[in-house]
Unconditional design. Sequence first.
Lengths: 210, 396
Amino acid sequence: MTITHRLIAVAVLSLTPVAALAQPPSAAGSGAPRTTAPPPKAPATFGIGRPATPAEIAALDIDIGPDGAGLPPGRGTAADGAPIYAARCASCHGKTGKEGPNDVLVGRLPGDAFPFAKDPRAPKTIGSYWPYATTVFDYIRRAMPPDKPGSLRDDEVYNLVAFLLASNELIPQDAVVDAASLPKVKMPARDHFVPDTRGTPKASNRPKGQ
Amino acid sequence: MKVSRRDLLTGAAGVMALGKTAMAQAPTDPTKVRGKPSRALGQRAPTEKPLRQPRGATSSGTPHQDLYGTITPADLHFERHHGGVPEIDPKAYSLLIHGMVERPMVFTLADLKRFPAVSRVHFLECSGNFGGRGTATDLTPQQIAGLTSTSEWTGVPLATLFREVGASPKATWFLAEGQDAAVLTRSVPMSKAYDDALIAYGQNGEAIRPEQGYPARLFLPGWEGNASVKWLRRIEISDRPFMTREETSKYTDPMADGTARLFSFLMDARSLITYPAYPVTLTRGWVEINGIAWTGSGKIQRVDVSTDGGATWTPAKLQEPVLSKAHTRFRHLWDWTGGEAVIMSRAVDETGYAQPTKDVLIASRGTSSVGYHTNPITGWQIRSDGTVIFRPEPWA
């Protein structure tokens, strides 16, 4: 036995409770201490947290559903959106929405084709790829512009949405965009989107698909 | 999002300079100099400088080539964010859960920590984690697959919170919303909440790092990182998905058949040899080829290694314990006797899914998928002088 081993042995012995050493073997023969009660069952609720007030829900509940749920009062047109776009958006997305350098927003493909798996140059614009018009409102209002996110008023967002949808020839140039009209805008790419086809991760039903 | 060679070389030079300085200060015989006193916060050895590699301002990758084992040090966990990393006062933090619930509720961070907690080791991977699409050969494991990391995550099961608020049995989806400048939102099926989703506040034993969602985040084991919303401020329970920007115009997968997949959450099995890999130079003799494998479907069942470009394959040793939805280290002994060779690995998970080749992926996804869920078998070429380079497989 090396010195190190002896030191460890001494340390282990000195840490062992005397009572444990003196205890007779249990009925199970393991010598381990026995518990007297099972752990408590978890309650239905723990009573932790507090009720949310309607006001604090309303302050945060900004999402817009694909059916238009959550769209605020207000309206917008492409004509009113153009100057806002020029001032707040064009430096990243280009003068007409086609130039970049960031995401290209404007442009349709001939026949509304959907070649994105095969053609790396095909831009995924609002007109060519986005399946829901409501998403444009939701995203602009929550995240744009990056230098001052969340700073646009609802009417400014409606105007920008109208400008972008009209630029993509998804609505007429003089159309009014509001809570009633926006969910009705037909997006050319919508029907191309399908749920994940790989199946759920269980051995029994996992398809071979990639 | 690309990293230039100059960035890499500059980073490497910086590391070398630091290393030299530190080595110059180290005594020739440490037994003849009293060492440093204890201190409140530990630091890496000054000669060890593993670094994340920022790709622009919105992501940085884990340096897999510098790491051992399976746990990623928290300060080397990859980053991906869409509005920068927010600074959040933990005392002001709260999580609102509302929508199809009996009791809309607010939970402070202290509240979340009072619930029964669990700790689980899981990988987290950005679904855009593939950097080998071009013709470059000077790519490290970090550049090929730096956007995956593994941590021990601690938090409260989301199912516990959903019971607390009385989530409706009719609910099918919930929206998770972040408190960052992107106010990032994703829709998630309720079934994931009742399976294994967490609200995590701990990472490798300490508070989650700001880049990973401090003070609390959603964590969806095995699913694409974007859906595990960080800096979580709100959950709205509903009976339909919300069709947010991230889950429609981004993080969808155009397919060769003219469709595009929505809600492709699952991260499929993948493996990558992290040694030997660029920029290592091998010397002849025994080499322990090793790397990491992972799958969102559960446990890695097997990793095969080839040292002849895929002509023959041998099962590698898996480092125990093999954990579900976590990086698994694999090891394979190889006697490199010189000459050219291509080494590769392929993972098979417990569902029987096998990591695909590039050609199999292209047949399904087409040639120009933007790169979400791209998990091809990846090779490294050993040249006769021992230098190791990435073996590119151009996709176009």
